[in-house]
Design a protein around this ligand. Structure first.
Ligand code: ANZ
Ligand code: ZN
Length: 800
């Protein structure tokens, strides 16, 4: 008997698959299509992390299962290779980022191939390849032509040490996501993308896709759509407009707050009696980040503005005006009507400044805390809306405020336009030039790709301009429109760009005329199943959905949404339950595991480790268990039997396992599918024999998880062709029912009868069955039962 030699087997089959192109998808097939997608990796210098294969193996299982089930499967992979870590490494080691990227990709690719994932390598893409980014630039030009890209001077998050502008999402708790350094605000001319114009569609179209619920919620929360009203409050000789989602609480608005950046401070400066105090507060607020102002639950601060009278338009009472940094200039109108009885932040502020709190919705104790419930309680102290519930009150007061001309219904969004410029080298050049006469002009499509010029130094400049700005021959150019003098945009695109449309390119990766042919896109899109990390379910998903909608609007794609289904996996933690990281020294290197136990064991372990959607700690014991199981499957060769009898013994279990594995593989329950196969193998050993057919079934079911060893056994056993050409088994519903067995019934130690029952009958049920058996019933007649002993599946003994 051959020993199980994973190294030899795995290499052999990986080469064979690649040589035959077994996993190459066809753009022209009679079969139904299936397009599973995993987030393509950023090829960092650290190599593959054990977290990557969790997603890749999961969808590989589904991909392999679907191929065996008769589908034409496209399971692609590529490289999201622009970005800061590579650039920073390049600067430090004085190697061109292109070279760094090449090396990292080679390493990642070697690692992925050693795992035997059934990627279609013929469609590999790389976002830094000019043939790829030509189309990223083309899409940018479409955005520009549609007026969805514009340049705007605006405060941006500026990291002093990376010397780069950051998108809001790259600022984590007021610090730079990349280097951890302090982030300050700085005015800079930036290219912006008008994602806000798509806010409604990005929310509403979520109804048409099958994403796990928490992902939908994240998308909605990020967009943050609020239905409310703008209401005008008389202020001095003019008025201030507030945005509120609770117009029903207007009678409880006992003061007003404006943001420190609100222009009225300058406009009415001459009226403000305590101007110095107000200006000092304004300066103090400017030093805080938005995060500090809103997310950190610090004491509420503020200053009362004296000299500017404000009237509540419904109570007609004069109310005080405050400036406080908990009101942001970037949301709504930058001023609010404060309702301390029913808004938590206002309540805290009112307590800190000893302001009156008026209850306008009954049901709570507003002296203690804000009563924010909107589903119960009725309006009080509210004149025309007294006695109504919140919903009705809202409608009535809105109509009233509109009728007297001081209120308008308004929808607000948390979502902001997308800061799309980076002052960096290693990104796609923005394909625009600026002409004195014509303004911003896109370069003609025939000049795409606009490639990155060679430079000696990629260092960001001290003035914050892109390193490209220092290459005069590149910057100086002519205007495509008037032929006059023009200069190129020197900012590059953010890393998000290339990943916002990559799933389209896989459909037709070497097309030079289009980002992908319409035909190929119509065939493959939408992605049937997209799996990736929870960390990407907000922005990457939103940005790529946005780009896809723009492409839909320009007629480049036919689907409204790019992904029909989205799932997410949990993280793999260190053995001690902490996040794996270099500094903690708990990083598991996939190479070591593959070397010692083999890719099949590694894959199986990654899927067996725990619930796919939860974070789980790594365990070296667990990996050994998976290796033992694979060896047991290997050794089943030794008990192969010709007699059908062995198949009868396990028939029900085989059909149950087919059913379970088939369902579990499609519903992210990889761990329970593997457990079911493990217990089936135990049954084969208990039966002391296995038939050829049952062995074949097991191998096909296990193939998506452990593709190499199953192919090898299949070929050793000469089961016909290659396993990857086999057909996925179907269970027979009629064979799922447990078999029945005959149980002897003893009365006082003597067998008096036999009853036929289901094999897994309970003690209670068998007693009922026995008592109703005619002979037994006769024997028991009139006697008192002292004891009943049931040896499951063997014998029932009644003592009278
Ligand atoms: C009065 C009120 C009474 C409010 C009440 C809430 C509850 P969302 O849902 O997030 O849109 N607000 C408006 N603009 C603001 C700004 N620039 N900075 C800080 N807060 C602002 O929140 C809308 C609510 O947030 C608005 O409704 C307003 O407070 C506050 F019982 O108005 B509300
Ligand atoms: Zn011009």
């Amino acid at each position: 008997m051959e020993r199980y030699n994973h190294k030899q087997i795995e290499k052999k089959w990986q080469d064979a698959w690649e040589e035959k192109g077994v996993f190459h998808a066809s753009n022209d097939s009679e079969k139904p299509k299936f397009y599973p997608l995993v987030e393509f990796p950023y090829p960092s210098g650290h190599g593959l992390h054990v977290g990557h294969p969790r997603s890749y193996t999961a969808l590989d299982i589904v991909a392999r299962k679907r191929r065996l089930g008769g589908y034409n499967v496209l399971y692609p992979i590529g490289w999201d290779a622009f970005g800061l870590p590579t650039e920073n490494y390049a600067i430090k080691h004085k190697i061109h980022p292109r070279e760094v990227t090449k090396e990292n990709i080679a390493n990642f690719k070697r690692q992925l191939q050693s795992l035997g994932i059934s990627f279609d390598w013929s469609r590999e893409i790389n976002t830094t390849d000019p043939n790829y980014y030509k189309w990223t630039q083309w899409i940018f030009i479409k955005l520009f032509e549609k007026g969805l890209a514009y340049k705007n001077k605006m405060p941006i998050n500026w990291c002093n040490s990376c010397k780069v502008g950051l998108a809001n999402e790259e600022v984590i708790q007021g610090k730079c996501e990349r280097c951890g350094g302090e982030v300050v605000r700085k005015e800079k001319n930036q290219w912006m993308l008008k994602i806000t114009e798509y806010a409604d569609r990005l929310i509403d179209d979520l109804d048409t896709v099958n994403y796990i619920e928490r992902v939908k919620i994240q998308q909605k929360n990020w967009i943050g759509r609020s239905y409310g009203m703008e209401i005008d409050f008389p202020v001095a000789d003019t008025h201030l407009t507030v945005f509120t989602t609770r117009p029903d609480t207007i009678y409880g608005a006992t003061y007003m707050v404006i943001s420190p950046e609100h222009p009225i401070i300058t406009e009415k400066a001459s009226m403000i009696e305590n101007l110095e105090e107000v200006m000092a507060y304004k300066e103090e607020a400017a030093r805080k980040s938005e995060f500090e102002r809103t997310e950190m639950s610090t004491e509420k601060t503020g200053v009362r503005i004296k000299g500017i009278p404000v009237i509540n338009p419904l109570t007609k009472k004069e109310i005080p005006l405050f400036v406080s940094d908990y009101v942001l200039m970037t949301y709504g109108t930058g001023s609010i009507m404060a309702v301390p009885g029913h808004d938590t932040r206002d309540h805290e502020f009112a307590k800190a400044f000893d302001l009156p709190i008026v209850e306008v919705v009954s049901g709570g104790n507003v002296d203690e805390e804000a009563y924010t419930d909107i589903d119960s309680g009725t309006l009080v102290n509210s004149d025309i809306i007294n006695g109504l519930d919140v919903k009705t009150a809202k409608e009535k007061i809105s109509d009233y405020l509109e009728s007297i001309g001081i209120g308008r219904k308004k929808v607000n969004y948390k979502l902001r336009d997308w800061v799309f410029s980076r002052q960096r080298y290693w990104g796609e050049p923005i394909p625009l030039v600026h002409c004195e006469k014509c303004g911003w002009v896109a370069i003609p499509e025939s000049e795409l790709p606009l490639t990155l010029p060679e430079v000696d130094s990629y260092e960001p400049t001290d003035d914050g301009e892109s390193p490209l700005s220092k290459i005069t021959d590149w910057v100086e150019t002519t205007c495509p429109s008037c032929n006059g003098h023009a200069h190129r945009e020197t900012d590059t695109m953010p890393q998000w760009a290339g990943s916002s449309w990559y799933f389209l390119r896989y459909a037709d990766p070497s097309n030079n005329e289009q980002l992908a042919s319409k035909e190929a896109l119509d065939y493959w899109m939408p992605v049937d199943w997209y799996n990736g990390g929870m960390e990407h379910t907000t922005l990457h998903l939103l940005y790529s959905r946005f780009w896809h909608k723009v492409l839909y609007d320009v007629g480049a794609v036919s689907e409204v949404e790019p992904y029909s289904k989205r799932t997410s996996h949990g993280m793999i933690l260190g053995e001690n339950n902490e996040k794996m990281s270099k500094s903690r020294g708990n990083v598991v290197n996939p190479d070591d595991i593959v070397e010692e136990y083999g890719a099949d064991t590694f894959r199986m372990y990654e899927m067996f480790i725990g619930d796919f959607e939860k974070s789980v700690p790594w365990s070296s014991q667990g990996i050994k268990g998976c290796r033992r199981f694979i060896e047991r499957v290997w050794k089943l060769k030794d008990i192969i039997k010709a007699e059908d009898y062995y198949s009868k013994l396990v028939e029900v279990s085989v059909h149950k396992t087919i059913k379970k594995v088939t369902e579990d593989f499609e519903t992210l329950k990889f761990n329970t599918a593997i457990a079911a196969m493990m217990s089936l193998v135990n049954e084969f050993y208990d039966a002391k024999g296995i038939t050829k057919e049952d062995y074949k079934t097991l191998l096909i079911l296990l193939n998506p998880v452990a593709p190499h060893v199953t192919e090898e056994i299949w070929s050793i056993m000469d089961f016909g062709g290659d396993l990857n050409e086999a057909k996925w088994p179907e269970h027979d519903e009629s064979k799922l029912v447990e078999k029945t067995i005959e149980i002897p019934v003893q009365i006082n130690g003597k067998v008096r009868g036999k009853i036929v029952v289901a094999a897994d009958i309970s003690k209670e049920d068998i007693i009922i069955m026995a008592k109703s058996d005619l002979i037994v019933k006769d024997m028991l007649d009139g006697k008192e039962i002292k004891k009943i002993i049931y040896v499951p599946g063997k014998i029932l003994n009644i003592v009278v």
